[in-house]
Structures are given as structure tokens and as C-alpha cells.
Design a binder for this molecule. Sequence first.
Ligand code: C2O
Ligand code: CU
Ligand code: CU
Length: 565
Amino acid sequence: MNDNNKYNRRSFIETASLVAAGFYVMPLFSSCKSDTPSAHPNVGTTVNSDFNANIDIQLKAVQSSTEILSAKNTATYSYMGTLIKGDKQTLQQLEGSALGPIIRVKKGDKVRIRFENEIPEKSIIHWHGLHVSHENDGHPEHVIGTGETYFYEFEVMNRAGTYWFHPHPHRKTGEQVYKGLAGLFIVTDDEEKALNLPTGDYDIPIVIQDRTFDENSQLIYLPNGRMDQMRGFLGNRILVNGKIDNTLSLNKDGKYRLRLLNGSNSRAYKLAWSTGEPLTVFGVDGGLLESPETLPYLVLGPAQRVDLWLDLSKNSENEELKLVHLPIPLDTMMSGGMMDGGMMSGGMMGNQSDDSLPYNSQFDILNVNVGASRKNDASLPDRLSNATALNPADAANRTSPRTFNFGMEEMMEWTINGRTYNGMEVADDEIVKLNTTEVWRINNGGNISTKGQNSGGGMMGRHGKGGMMGNNRGMGNMMQMPHPVHIHQLQFNIINRNSDNVDQNLWNAVKDGFINEGWQDSVYLLPGMYMDLVMRFEDFKGLFLYHCHNLEHEDMGMMRNFKIE
Ligand code: C2O
Ligand code: CU
Ligand code: CU
């Protein structure tokens, strides 16, 4: 921590305790519209009696013990939910899983969450994808210690869609998620209800994660330390909804909505049906697409969600259908410089053991057993939604997008524009104006020759010096990593995905698996790729995060604030 960070931290604590002591102070992070119901100056420390919650949930993070593999229990963390107010469908604990609960709400609901931290380390919850104020966003500077409570109070302003929640303490997010802290936050609204989409037993959440266990059935995290951290955790088996048994028994003639979340720390998947049937996707991070899309396979990066349509009327009883991962030629690229004769081989990084599932192999994600016929009345219309996208022409900076280079500073640090996370720090180029629309160019080393950027481009960061590191391309060749980039607080539209500098072999393996339509909060940037995103800053001022959702990269500091003012 540098001085700046300490100062910020101290100010925050002082402000928080003044407020807790009942003094009225101008909130330090005056980030809410004063007429917003979620606006309250207590920074999470007390219940605001003026907030008229129709849903009230106690959510405890606890140490748990879960039977994941047979025989022996695995030490895990879990969120345990108790419904204080609301319909009983609001909260669904997942039986036999460390994950969950699933929280189901409607747009317009006023939600209070009493987060009680009972794990032996600091934590805070972030509501991934939700449009909430700074105080409700789970900023790492809002972490609470063991035995403490943080009160969230917000109105659900998002469209119907599959959002989720997970811890967000700096440097510990990866490990806490890995141990089991994550749940779905499912929003419905009138637009969605007017459609005849599958509900109840035909609406199935599927959280995909990779894990590695030792011979005592305990989770192993980053066994090779820094080396694994640089790459991001990759496990050797797949868990679905926190379970090792990835078989779903569904009914012939059923029409299903499969809500997929890639809840893995760093792994992306290239998903396909074993039958060769194309995938029908009708929703993404921020809800329903205008129209369903059909893809031969789908690339799902960390934190991304999709709605898949599955109609089992053409399948036969007792048929087994699989959702598989198809090979992506990424292993060599990601480990190339690190393991095979690059600067970091030998000494520092050498001798790692790695039995993680190779990207460039096929493995099963989900088995679907088709059982006896049971029809449901559901259909997938051609037109799902009227949620029109933002118009890039409305962006103040359309011709010179705000550019963020996701790359590497010096040898061993993942950075954004050459910087790493530093508490509440915000740089000049991270400040935006409320009620404006902007284009952001997020770049994973692909935009090397852009004018106006420093010569370092994506890989070198702010120094851009040659000597030790060689040129950009050299550095790129040494460690080329995908970066799954996520922006808090809003949903954006994708304008452009540029693959000119992506390795052709890699691009050919994945190019038909991306969805560029709809509202998204997380995108998967291949090495060499850049994307232009259009977004609008509305309703809340304050500090929000944007970061790499490779959780190990995030924990290493590939995360920054942007400020809406
Ligand atoms: Cu799901 Cu800041 O993250
Ligand atoms: Cu988020
Ligand atoms: Cu990253």
C-alpha cells in the first residue's frame, strides 16, 4: 500500500464511524441521487428505516463442510440465506452444494440484504451486473471483518436476467469464490413474463466451475503459487452447481431454459452439443436478446451468462445428450514464454506440476438424460425484447474512445493502462460524467499502432521501454493471456470486436462462438483482441470498479476504479 491508499482508507474509516456514531456528515462518497431509495449515508452500517424493503434477506458467509466427492467432506465456504421478508420462492438454498442460495426478485423490488460475515477473513458481497449505488456495490474498501454485518438496500433497476453475487475483498476474491461463495440473482420483469418462456422445473440454473481436489477430497488452490496466479486458476475437473455429478434428468418433449453462468475463476469454455446440433441462445448477461441466435458453439468467458434453449421433442427417451467443451488452442500461448524457454522458465517458475484440463482438449460439461415424455407449454418467440441498444453516435467520445489497455507492467504484474488497483484511487482518465454516453475501447494488446496511445500499447504499459523487455510483439509472444473484462454498475453494448491481431489459428477455433448483441457486463478478450463498448452512466455518482474477471488477475491488481461525477 502506498501513502495515497492509506490516506483514503483512513478517511473512509473515519467517515464510516462518524456516521455510525450518528453524526450527519456529507457522505464522503456522495454517490447516490438524493431521491433514490437506495441513497443512505450509513455506508452499510445500519438499517435505514425509511427504506421500505419488500424483500429482506439475511445472508451469512460461513465455513461449511460439503460432500462433493464421495466418502469425505470438503472444507468449503457457503452463503446461508434466511428469508426475513418476501415470498418463499425468493430464496432457494441449493441442497448438497456449497454454492447458492438462488435469490429471485422482480424488477422494482426493494431489497435489503443483511450480510453477516462469519468466515475467518474479511469479505464483502458484490452484486455482479446490478445497477446499484457505490455503497451497494460491494467495493473492496467496504470489506467487513469476522462477526460484522453490512446492510445493503437497493431497488432492483435491472431488466429480467441472470445476475449473480460473489465476494469482492481485494486479493481474496479468487480464493473465496473458489471455496464456494457465489450465488445467482435472478430478476424477472413484466416484459419477460409476457412471453411464454419456460418456468419452474423447466427453468434450470447451471453454474459451471472447475476445481482440483487432493487425495483427502480437499480443494487445492494455486498449488504452484505465483505461476498459477499469473495464468489464473485452472482445475482438473468440472463441477456443475457445485456438484461433481453433472447429470441432469430432463423430460422428453420438454422445452427448457438453461441459465448458464461460467462461475470459474479463470477458465473459458467453448460449449457445444455432442449431437452436433447448434446452440440456441436467447439471453446474455443483461437479459433477453432482441431475437434468439443460433451458433455452432459458444465461447463463454468467466462471469458471463447465457440463456440456452433446449427443446427435447426431437430426442428419444433414454437418449443421453452432452454439453461438451471443444478444444481451444490456448495452452501453448498461455504457457509458452513461461514454461518453454521464455525468460521465466527455470528458477523462479520452473518445476510446476500441472494436471489441469488442457484448453486444447474435449471434455464433458453436462450430461442430459432424456426421460419419459412430459410436455410443458412454453415457446421461444422470434422477437423476445424491445430493449434497444445505445447509439454510439450519442457518445461524446465516439471518434476517440477512452482506451484501457489490459496488459503487463514490467515482468510480473497485470495492469490496466500500466496501473494496478490502489484502494479508492482514480486517475484523470478514469473520470466520467453522469448522464453521458461513452465508447470505451478495451484492449488486450491488439491495438498496437493506435495513434495517441503511448508507444507501449497494450503489453508494455506506461513505460513502453524497449531494452529489457524487447518490443511489444516479443512481450506478447512471451505471455499471451485472454482477459475477461468486466465493468461494474452498468450493462453495455458491443460495437466492435477487432481480431486483426489475434493468432489466426486461435481465432479460427473460436470466431463463430461470440454473441455481440444484447446487454452485457463481461466480455472475453483474446490475446491481440480489442473491443469497443458503448455505455451510459446513469442514476448514481461515485466510484465503481472495472477489472479483469480472471479472479487471480483481479486479486493481483488488474482492477481499477472509474468515477462517475
Ligand atoms: Cu463479478 Cu467486480 O465482479
Ligand atoms: Cu461486477
Ligand atoms: Cu486478466
